[in-house]
Ligand binder design. Structure first.
Ligand code: FAD
Ligand code: NAI
Length: 508
């Protein structure tokens, strides 16, 4: 009896799951008719299609505003899995969601311009935009007026003005960066096995240097070592003795935002994976074939060392985008802000009334993470939805008071009075939206050889854990956070493909 029931339940859940996924796919492919919002409504311009802006657009009732989205990237990118694209564990298209299909599912139409905002004119409520793509039409630079503006343009890669970084290093922030790295790894490997290469040159070409021991650098180093262990050394055994990954970090340890035991666990795991960690080592200069780094030796003397490399990945955190810097220079209240747009507890850019900022370009005392950006975006959607409701209730209230004044009988006046009371109550409720509060769910990072570290917030406190079980948790957590059913299925298929066939070692 028990087994028969278990079997039936499994069978039913399989059917239910399949129907659910099938419905998700069907819905994704068949959007309903869209209508244009009322042109007399306010124009809300949203800059960017990253974590902050997209989570705002996801929850925004677009029928309340004339929404215009401006971004040079016509897709959303699930950044947590980007390090896996550098080695082909996951294909980049699996973690991209076209902004067009997403916007097409909104109730009221949203305009999208594939362009970069080059300037925000705060005084005149205008933004200037530029089509930076290869194909140009009759206009490629124009302006867009706004009533309300949300800045979610993210951040740039920090280089701290260190010479040579932009020319010779690879960043890891966008899809083209991951593609460039993937190609370069294979180029280094193939060049190292070229005829008559000197032994020093082979060593240099196969030395993969990662600068920055934050989560981006650590995750990339782990992925790269996996690629070597599982695939490269199998197909190209002659590189086995020389392929080497080094992680360079200026501070005394990597992953400063994680608990001490997880830092130790990561460093220990890297040692086992034979990834070299060079802490307290600050890169000062980058040349085409080597970096110059400063460290303090045992006697306390500062030493400059040349480290030859074949591939250099630069992951030293965030810097301000020029368009954000320019906006800050127009607003006196932003004078003392250094790292981004200072915002108040409702994410309004300080010194303005109609500009909000979300994500990495905003400074609200939280780390620049996807978690923060997406919560900020959802908060703004709630705020804007409530603001629209407030506007419509206030209009209704004004109309009702006129009706009440002009009502010919006491009964009608009382009826209008009753409605006014109800509306005022609703208005108070709608207006009572509290300030933004961030709820930290935890930090997760992949560290290679099917191990991950996690600092998770529980009701009762914190849980710091690392290892293979955490890796399965890491996988399921990221899978559940993927943007769409399509993304989820593609990521699962990529993982399976890698498991069965290994990673592709073609250069393109
Ligand atoms: P972004 O997501 O960077 O989006 C910015 C958007 O603005 C883009 O669409 C861009 O095209 C657009 N834009 C840029 N300039 C302009 C302009 N001038 N005009 C108009 N649009 C513009 N965080 C986590 O919490 N967990 C993780 O596991 C994690 N992993 C990461 C892995 C990597 C490799 C990286 C690089 C970051 C990771 N992060 C992670 C951090 C996270 O991705 C960022 O904090 C998050 O993307 C910030 O969101 P955002 O909306 O501010 O900016
Ligand atoms: P980061 O700012 O977290 O780390 C950069 C590191 O580079 C710092 O530790 C810094 O000391 C070091 N550094 C700077 N200059 C250096 C130099 N000249 N030489 C040597 N080392 C130098 O940057 P990262 O990793 O790019 O992350 C950016 C943001 O994205 C962070 O807020 C991070 O939390 C988030 N993120 C989160 C992930 C996750 O949760 N799994 C994954 C990736 C990013």
């Amino acid at each position: 009896g028990f087994f028969r029931w278990t079997w039936r339940l499994t069978y039913l859940s399989a059917i239910g799951g399949t129907l659910y996924i099938g419905y998700g796919i069907y819905q994704g492919r068949t959007p309903a008719e869209q209508y244009d919002p009322d042109p007399s409504k306010k124009t809300l311009v949203v800059l960017g299609t990253g974590w902050g802006s997209v989570s705002l657009l996801k929850k925004l009732d677009t029928e309340n505003y004339n929404v215009i989205v401006v971004s040079p990237r016509n897709y959303f990118l699930f950044t947590p899995l980007l390090p896996s694209c550098t080695t082909g564990t996951i294909e980049h298209r699996s973690i991209m969601e076209p902004i067009r299909s997403f916007l097409r599912h909104k109730k009221a139409a949203v305009k999208y311009y594939e362009a970069e905002c080059t300037k925000i004119d705060y005084e005149n409520k205008m933004i200037y935009i530029n089509d930076e793509s290869e194909i140009k039409g009759s206009t490629s630079a124009t302006e867009v007026p706004f009533d309300m503006l949300v800045v979610g343009v993210g951040a740039e890669n920090a280089t701290f003005g260190i010479p040579g970084v932009r020319e010779h290093g690879c960043f890891l922030k966008e899809v083209p960066d991951a593609q460039k790295i993937r190609k370069r790894i294979m180029d280094c490997v193939e060049t190292a096995t070229f005829k008559d290469q000197s032994p020093e040159e082979v060593k240099r070409l196969l030395h993969m240097v990662v600068v920055g021991g934050g989560p981006t650098g650590v995750e990339f180093a782990g992925e790269l070592q996996d690629f070597f262990e599982n695939d490269l050394r199998k197909w190209i055994p002659e590189i086995s003795n020389n392929f080497h990954v080094t992680l360079v970090e200026a501070l005394p340890n990597v992953l400063p935002m994680f608990s001490k035991n997880l830092i130790d666990y990561t460093e220990q795991t890297f040692k086992e994976e034979t990834i070299d960690i060079r802490t307290k080592t600050m890169v000062k200069r980058v040349e085409e074939k080597f970096i110059e780094a400063e460290y303090t030796d045992a006697s306390g003397k500062k030493v400059l060392e040349k480290i030859p490399y074949g591939l250099l990945v630069w992951a030293t955190g965030n810097a301000l985008k020029p368009v954000v810097k320019d906006l800050m220079s127009q607003i006196p209240a932003q004078k003392d802000s250094r790292r981004g747009l200072a915002v108040n507890e409702y994410l309004v850019v300080k010194g303005t009334e109609n500009i909000w900022a979300v994500g990495d370009c905003a400074i609200a005392n939280y780390a620049p993470t996807a978690q923060v950006a997406s919560q900020e975006g959802s908060f703004l959607a709630r705020l804007f939805n409530q603001m629209a409701k407030t506007d419509s209730i206030e209009t209704e209230l004004a109309e009702l008071s006129t009706t009440q004044e002009k009502a010919p009988s006491k009964d009608l006046r009382d009826e209008a009075f009753g409605k006014i009371k109800d509306l005022q109550k609703r208005l108070r409720r709608v207006k009572s939206i509290g300030p933004f509060e961030y709820s930290h769910q935890g930090s997760l990072a992949y560290i290679g050889s099917e191990k991950a570290v996690a600092d998770i917030s529980w009701l009762t406190g914190n849980l710091a854990t690392g290892g293979q079980l955490t890796y399965f948790f890491w996988r399921s957590a990221y899978l559940s956070m993927c943007f769409s059913t399509r993304n989820r299925i593609l990521v699962i298929m990529d993982w399976l493909k890698t498991q069965v066939f290994g990673r592709d070692v073609s250069r393109e």
